[in-house]
Design a protein around this ligand. Structure first.
Ligand code: HEM
Length: 964
């Protein structure tokens, strides 16, 4: 490993650094609470710190899980990248990078320094370095497959280390599969011919040598050690010590948690009316909710649309036939569980009579164990659950994932390459694409009674107005692609379309030879890739609205080479050269793959390999990497997507034909659920719904922000006395059923710092405010409520509670979490993960989610790109057509369009969803001309560098949404 070059690392005048080496800064003093330091001194101190950090050398990747990075850098690095404030922050559980220079809005830049650029560069680069460290260690320590491959992952196979394995017998198609023979039957299984041309219905053959991977019905994986899942069962002594027998499916009581900690308070309950609003959708209705100024309601429904592509625990809208109670039974009084009195029930507003269908379980027999290096491992989790969707990002919510769902996917009889879209009943002649709406489910279609009256789509469950909008939009986009392709075919019928048939690879498929089925399959590939691109480069950078994440997400997609971004490039090349060097170690190279891939970007990896041959598995599959663990989403991923607080109670409906700045009605979300969504879509039309969802802010992911209508929702599918359910409580119950570890261990498992009491939830910036400051009062109240609901206990320091991490002095972490033995400590270990992540008041700038949720995405969002052949080595004209490759690359037909100006300092193309909206809902073009990111509330003025201000753009000043 070569010594890092100071000049490269810091880009600072060397003389300044040399000078500063002799300067002993006061800012290193322990008392960090004194007045703001003199900027000159702080600047010099930062430079000294940088030099110290360089001399100390580069942090190695953790050899074992207990000495992980934890998002905490050395004192010198902290000061170098963010100055004194970062030093103070190091004492909190939260990741350091959020304090670095340049990672927030303008106020995150240093003032009074000689150079702002240098600190900003070090801050943003430092943040990117930290994030890459996290990703590498997540790949190294957090992959736990539930389908039987885990033993090989730990022990290796035939002399090859587990993380370097690429093929697994468990990923073979079973003899019962209709394609068993086609992939090789008993022999080596390799998908060929028609099975590799596009995305298959059930998701088989995405990985051509592991046909079953990611297909419908495969088990959800885990990101946590199997032993630590299902904490209420106390699988080992650590788990028993951690929770002291305090946990159960209904303890602490989920409905009590919901009512005390999650309910949205209402200032005018009469006009909210439990989320039902007022008669005739009167604008006089009002339901308060805590709003995110930089993220719109379209973004909320977008993520629901995505989850319906990625995973489902349910089968055809149902769970098991067994029904279970859902709480509203007990509460803690002086740490003793006592039954709720009728008065308590009334006061809380919960329902003891509610019941729900138990989650569907796949395997619950005792798992095998195996021993490696003297350590005993479980071969899988105590219970497993099937992902009843394809795990691939393949548009399966639109195109289908099994024999039943595909029957709801209606193709246009006039052109079977297209999806069926129809004009609205009674509408005047309209454009076949931009005037098209999805057909409604018909008798004879396979559907559950609760879906009656809805649009006919592959995944119809929990149908909302947002899903109606997005399904229709992307059906239009599918047809737009086909229309454009047909136009080209008419112009150049004999030209090479780029498509190839692996069964007849030398045959050039000309435009006029492309069959409707081939074109349909290519359009599906294009639409799925566009959706993935929107999610990666448009949705996520707005969800995590700051500079490091903008750069990081663009590097994931376009790569450093594509983006040519020096900050990202610098951060990653440092990690590679200083940790990996020229090692040929195969396991190590797998581990480092994530960093290497940042050069070209994940998307398209391996698609330009020399001698590419579509008949060869090595070529078409050559760019994927599963890091030794077959791909599927983990249960923990589902948990962090339980985002029900995003949804407002009322949608502020606008009418384009009137004034877009005017709210013409307030429509209750509950009246746009299931079949009512379809009615609402037909009444309002795509353009008006787009405008309405685009302008309104979504709900913050925080405590006390679940819509009341969700806590009292009636689900017709339920075979229970009340037919009602508290969805906030159900989110907690489902996580408990699925064995998601509780919040503190969840964080330790993912390499984040633990909390030592409920008080740690308070934002340090808020703690510095006077005790009666509203923000402090609010956070203190939430902390008191956590204590009330989850309780406290007398701790026993002899009880070790985890092996995922150790204390800083290398001693084991015990029940007292650093408090004196025998003292009363908070039951912080018991806090449900969904509650804990909502209670995180401390967040990086512009983060609509918490850092705990984010760490789960760092791992899994990358993996679902790395593992998918169609996003890596099979992103080629042979599969997508030439037009398809260009369409995905340029965000639509023709050359890339560039956005005006340089938003947040970036010259960038017009982002993909903005283009999809303008193309398929042309009525929205004037409105969208002001918009940079389609998930930023459309009338918000984006102002200066990553501001979160809620101010209207000049022509929207009259919009009542901006009234103080
Ligand atoms: C009006 C809006 C919505 C309604 C009425 C709704 C309703 C539901 C219902 C009834 C369930 C099934 C619970 C069960 O039996 O396990 C569910 C599950 C879920 N919802 Fe929502 N939801 C809405 C919006 C959203 C949004 C915006 C998201 C954002 C990601 C979301 C994420 C989820 C997730 C992750 C699950 C669990 C799915 C699984 O376990 O496979 N929902 N929702």
């Amino acid at each position: 490993m070569g010594k890092p070059k100071l000049r490269d690392t810091l880009r600072l005048p060397l003389a300044l650094v040399a000078l500063s080496l002799f300067f002993v800064p006061s800012t290193f003093a322990q008392d960090t609470t004194t007045a703001k330091p003199d900027p000159k001194k702080e600047e010099a101190a930062a430079l000294v710190a940088c030099a110290k950090a360089v001399l100390a050398g580069f942090r190695p990747i953790a050899p074992t899980r207990d000495v992980r990075f934890e998002g905490k850098v050395s004192e010198a690095n902290a000061v170098c990248r963010g100055g004194e404030k970062t030093l103070q922050f190091r004492l909190t559980p939260w990741v350091d990078w959020q304090q670095y220079w340049g990672t927030g809005d303008m106020s995150s830049l240093p003032s009074g320094f000689l150079s702002t650029k240098g600190p900003e560069f070090r801050g943003v680069t430092g943040a990117l370095t930290d994030l890459e460290f996290q990703r590498i260690e997540l790949i190294k320590f957090n992959l736990f497959d539930n389908s039987g491959t885990y033993q090989d992952y730990i022990a290796g196979r035939n002399g090859v280390g587990g993380p370097a394995l690429k093929v697994w017998p468990q990923m073979r198609l079973p003899a019962s599969d209709p394609n068993y023979k086609a992939v090789g039957g008993d022999g080596a299984q390799v998908c060929t011919g028609d099975l590799v041309r596009g995305r298959t219905l059930t998701g088989i053959c995405n990985d051509v040598v592991n046909p079953l991977m990611g297909s419908t019905g495969m088990p959800f994986a885990r990101n946590v050690e199997f032993e630590t899942a299902f904490p209420d069962r106390g699988a080992n002594v650590l788990t028993q010590n951690r929770h002291g027998g305090r946990l159960g499916l209904l303890t602490p009581d989920p409905q009590v948690i919901s009512r005390v900690l999650l309910t949205r308070a209402q200032s005018t309950p009469d006009t909210c009316n439990g989320g039902f609003g007022l008669p005739n959708n009167s604008v006089a209705a009002n339901c308060d909710y805590q709003k995110a100024p930089f993220f719109n309601v379209l973004a909320a429904y977008w993520i629901q649309f995505m989850t319906h592509d990625w995973f489902s625990h349910m089968e055809d809208g149902h769970n098991a036939t067994v029904y279970i109670d859902v709480g509203c039974k007990t509460k803690l009084v002086n740490n003793v569980e006592v039954p709720l009195t009728p008065e308590d029930v009334k006061e809380l507003g919960c329902r003891p009579g509610d019941q729900v269908d138990k989650t569907l379980v796949d395997q619950d027999s005792a798992p095998n164990t195996f021993t490696v290096g003297g350590k005993v491992y479980m071969a899988r989790a105590a219970e497993t659950f099937s992902n009843n969707n394809t795990a691939w990002w393949d548009g399966s919510q639109m195109y289908g994932f099994d024999d039943e769902s595909v029957k709801r996917v209606k193709r246009d009889p006039a052109d079977p390459a297209k999806l069926l879209l129809q004009p609205l009943p009674g509408a005047a002649q309209s454009d076949p694409v931009t005037g098209g709406y999805l057909p409604v489910l018909q008798p004879g279609d396979p559907f559950e009674p609760q879906w009656a009256g809805q649009e006919s789509v592959a995944f119809p469950d929990n149908w909302t107005i947002g899903l109606s909008f997005l399904h229709t939009l992307f059906a239009r986009e599918h047809n737009s692609f086909v229309t454009e392709f047909r136009k080209q075919a008419a112009l150049t019928p004999t030209a090479d379309s780029g498509l190839r048939d692996p069964s007849d690879p030398t045959r050039v498929i000309r435009y006029d030879n492309v069959t409707p089925d081939e074109l349909f399959a290519a359009a599906r590939l294009v639409v799925s890739a566009e959706i993935a691109k929107i999610h990666t480069t448009e949705w996520t950078p707005q969800l995590l609205y700051d500079e490091p994440l903008y750069k990081g997400m663009n590097a994931n997609w376009n790569g450093l080479l594509g983006s040519g971004d020096p900050d990202v490039s610098k951060a990653l090349s440092d990690i590679i050269t200083k940790n990996f060097g020229k090692s040929k170690d195969v396991a190590k190279s797998t581990q480092w793959y994530s960093v290497f891939s940042s050069g070209p970007g994940i998307f398209g990896l391996g698609s330009n390999a020399p001698h590419y041959d579509i008949t060869k598995a090595d070529s078409i599959n050559g760019g994927v990497n599963h890091f030794g663990s077959p791909f599927n989403f983990p249960e923990e991923f589902v948990s962090v997507y339980r985002l029900h607080p995003l949804v407002p109670d009322l949608i502020e409906f606008r009418d384009l034909s009137k004034d877009p700045n005017q709210i013409v009605s307030k429509v209750a979300v509950i009246n746009t659920f299931e079949g009512k969504a379809t009615d609402a879509m037909h009444d309002g039309g795509m353009a008006n719904w787009g405008l309405s969802l685009g302008r309104q802010r979504l709900g913050l992911l925080t405590l006390h922000n679940h819509p009341q209508f969700m806590q009292n929702i009636t689900l017709p599918r339920l075979d229970s006395a009340t037919k009602q359910i508290d969805l906030a409580a159900l989110d907690i119950i489902r996580d408990r059923e699925h064995g998601v570890p509780r919040f503190n261990e969840f964080r330790r498992q993912y390499g984040l710092r633990q909390l030592t009491s409920y008080d740690d939830f308070m934002d340090p910036a808020v703690r510095a405010l006077p005790a009666d400051a509203p923000a402090r009062v609010q956070q203190q109240q939430a902390i008191d409520q956590l204590r009330q609901v989850y309780g406290t206990h007398v701790c026993d320091a002899s009880k070790v509670i985890t092996d995922a991490q150790v204390n800083e002095d290398k001693t084991p972490i015990n029940d007292c979490l650093g408090h004196p033995n025998g003292s009363v400590v908070d039951n912080i270990e018991d806090v449900d993960t969904v509650v804990g992540y909502l209670a995180e008041f401390t967040r990086p700038h512009g983060f609509a989610i918490s850092e705990t949720q984010f760490v789960v995405f760092i791992l899994n969002a990358s993996r679902r790109l790395f593992s998918d052949r169609f996003f890596t080595s099979s992103f080629r004209p042979e599969f997508y057509t030439k037009m398809g490759v260009d369409w995905v690359t340029n965000n639509g037909p023709g050359p890339a369009m560039m956005e005006q100006g340089a938003p947040n300092g970036h010259v960038q193309p017009v982002l993909p969803l903005k283009r999809v909206l303008m193309r398929n809902i042309p009525e929205l073009q004037p409105e969208l001309s002001h918009v940079v990111n389609a998930f930023d509330p459309w009338a918000r003025d984006r102002g200066q560098y990553y501001t979160l201000d809620w101010t209207p753009r000049p022509d929207a000043a009259s919009d009542p949404a901006f009234k103080k």
